[in-house]
Design a protein around this ligand. Structure first.
Ligand code: CA
Length: 231
């Protein structure tokens, strides 16, 4: 069963979540400040982290940033207030999902299940194979993207989005499907975020290497194509 780390300084919330997760069969550890949370995230190597934003020691944002330098573990952030800038910053730092406190435990459990299931390119990492489109190669195990052998640095979401499209080369994928498979239902209905991340990928991949891989299919979605193929 999956190992879950809860980083939360409010002991009552931490214990409550621990109890519920243990009841579901997860193995759970609690860290009560940011520093301890970071140490445990790196040493214990949980399968998922539930990370409070407001923490003594190191902030949740800082913990998230540092964990991301080492690991792609799914992170669900807890925010006390529905503050858009905090939310955006958390997601920029590589959090996979967020929840605003107070939250229903059933919803957190559902999001944990989704995050654990969500897989690179829609496959488990164990099944993951290298994906190649033209001279662009994506390695799900090494979490690297290269063009003619030169690495292209991407954020986790950009990587996941590119992986999903590359696994379906030549196949048009709708915004709704991308939103569902790459982001999950924290973003239900907000397909603008897909367009935003496609733009990031165009800047970081297409424009940089001078090849138009990412194509827009007007009114439908996106498709990735080999450079030699025509529209
Ligand atoms: Ca807190």
């Amino acid at each position: 069963m999956a190992k879950i780390l809860i980083v939360e300084d409010e002991i009552k919330i931490a214990r409550f979540v621990e109890l519920e997760l243990a009841h579901e069969g997860y193995t759970v550890e609690i860290a009560t400040d940011g520093r301890q949370g970071l140490d445990m995230a790196l040493a214990w190597q949980p399968d998922l982290i539930v990370l409070d934003l407001m923490l003594p020691g190191l902030s949740g944002i800082e913990v998230c940033r540092r964990v991301r330098q080492e690991s792609r573990v799914p992170i669900i952030m807890l925010t006390a207030k529905d503050d858009v800038s905090d939310k955006v910053m958390g997601l920029d730092m590589g959090a996979d999902d967020y929840m605003t406190k107070p939250f229903a435990i059933e919803e957190l459990l559902a999001r944990i299940r989704t995050a654990l299931k969500r897989q690179v390119g829609g496959e488990t990492r164990a099944q993951a194979r290298k994906l190649t489109v033209g001279e662009l190669t994506l390695d799900p195990l090494g979490y690297t993207v290269t063009y003619r052998g030169a690495e292209i640095a991407l954020t986790k979401k950009e990587f996941d989005l590119l992986a999903y499209l590359m696994a379906r080369v030549g196949q048009v994928v709708t915004r709704d499907e991308l939103l569902d498979k790459v982001w999950g239902y924290a973003y239900a209905g907000d397909t603008n975020i897909v367009d935003v991340y496609i733009r990031y990928l165009r800047t970081k991949v297409d424009e940089r290497v001078g090849v138009k891989y990412l194509r827009t299919v007007r009114g439908v979605g996106y498709v990735i194509k080999d450079e030699d193929e025509k529209d």
